[in-house]
Design a protein around this ligand. Structure first.
Ligand SMILES: Nc1ncnc2c1ncn2[C@@H]1O[C@H](COP(=O)(O)OP(=O)(O)OP(=O)(O)O)[C@@H](O)[C@H]1O
Length: 332
């Protein structure tokens, strides 16, 4: 196996960040695309140094005409590489990217838990991270969306099903492409990557090249670095918000109460985060920015103020030192 700069970079990074400790069990999520093939090959090459137990998982969403051929292609690779192989096939999955992602991560968690893998690795790169930053920015996301794709995060409830880890986050798609070419890895070309109905593909194929040639030739690395900076800041803010939430919010059946005085004394960034947590718990949908602002305003509003109904008929109103949030009929 030729030891390349890329091997050295990933090996050093894994050591520095302690992402995939020696002797770990690692399930590699492989779509058949260039990034996940590059990742699988790199981890197999590094395996003797780390003594990992490796397995390979493919999820067949069942949407594309070639999806079962794609799955068979990955199965053949697993056989050739002599790795345990797991195939999950969806039945009647709604053909949206969001539904696919949710289903896929559920399967990652199931297989990891059932077969004792502590880590599920994906082939996300700095390029994916940069694209996700732009995608979320254009959707009006705050800092949480800009932190886009962390190195590691819990899989399943409270991380019981292990950790999703992204060892390629520091390298670009161009690098994974060159690696696959050098090693002659058989990339499965996913035709849906060329479908311009998907906003993500237009970002990848239209916006990023434009930014690269007209604004910044290293736009991927720069935006990935922006995500890295925001990751630390969001972690800090979330910790602060969790503390404030436990100080000011009380929940009982049918009603949630927020202490107005300490809420309005807190920095606006934390007020919004606390209120978002409250709304996430009572609404059946993700709260919008307007929903959050409406509730924050009650911290300083006169007594007896009340909001218009939120989705699902949820009402918030001021009762002396408290904001009370309840679904109708009102419970005081
Ligand atoms: N169908 C799938 N089965 C298993 N893992 C998947 C699948 N689709 C995506 N993944 C994992 O999620 C990562 C990111 O997904 P994304 O959809 O951005 O990648 P892709 O373009 O399909 O393929 P690749 O990242 O391998 O080039 C992949 O690198 C892979 O690790």
């Amino acid at each position: 196996m030729p030891w390349t700069q890329l091997h050295a970079q990933i090996h050093t990074l894994l050591k520095a960040k302690f992402l995939l400790p020696p002797d770990s069990s690692i399930l590699m999520a492989v779509s058949g695309g260039q990034d996940s093939l590059c990742m699988a090959q790199l981890l197999m090459d590094l395996q003797p140094k780390w003594n990992w137990r490796l397995g390979l998982l493919h999820c067949d969403h069942g949407w594309r005409d070639d999806s079962s051929d794609n799955a068979a292609h990955v199965a053949r690779l697993a056989q050739q590489w002599q790795l345990p192989f797991f195939l999950e096939t969806a039945v009647d999955l709604v053909p949206t990217e969001a539904a696919a992602r949710t289903w896929r991560y559920e399967k990652f968690a199931d297989i990891a838990q059932t077969h004792g893998y502590a880590y599920v690795v994906t082939g996300h790169t700095a390029t994916d991270r940069a694209e996700t930053v732009l995608f979320n920015l254009l959707r009006g996301s705050g800092a949480d969306g800009i932190q886009a794709l962390s190195w590691q995060r819990p899989l399943g409830a409270e991380g019981l099903a292990g950790l999703v880890t992204r060892p390629l986050l520091a390298i670009t798609r161009q690098q994974t492409g060159e690696f696959c070419q050098d090693r002659d890895l058989p990339i499965w070309q996913d035709a849906s990557n060329d479908d311009w109905r998907y906003r993500r593909n237009r970002i990848r194929q239209e916006l990023m090249p434009y930014l690269r040639s007209h604004f910044n030739p290293s736009v991927e690395a720069t935006l990935a670095q922006t995500a890295e900076i925001f990751t630390a800041e969001v972690t800090y803010l979330e910790n602060q918000a969790a503390q404030l939430h436990s100080d000011v919010v009380e929940t009982s059946p049918g009603v949630c109460r927020i202490r107005r005085f300490p809420l309005r004394e807190a920095p606006l960034a934390l007020q919004r985060r606390v209120v978002r947590r409250v709304l996430q718990a009572v609404l059946d949908q993700q709260p919008s920015f307007d929903h959050i602002e409406k509730l924050v305003c009650l911290a300083t509003a006169p007594n007896r103020s009340q909001t218009d109904p939120f989705p699902g008929g949820v009402i918030a109103y001021v009762d002396a030192d408290w904001i009370k949030i309840s679904k109708p009929p009102l419970v005081s």
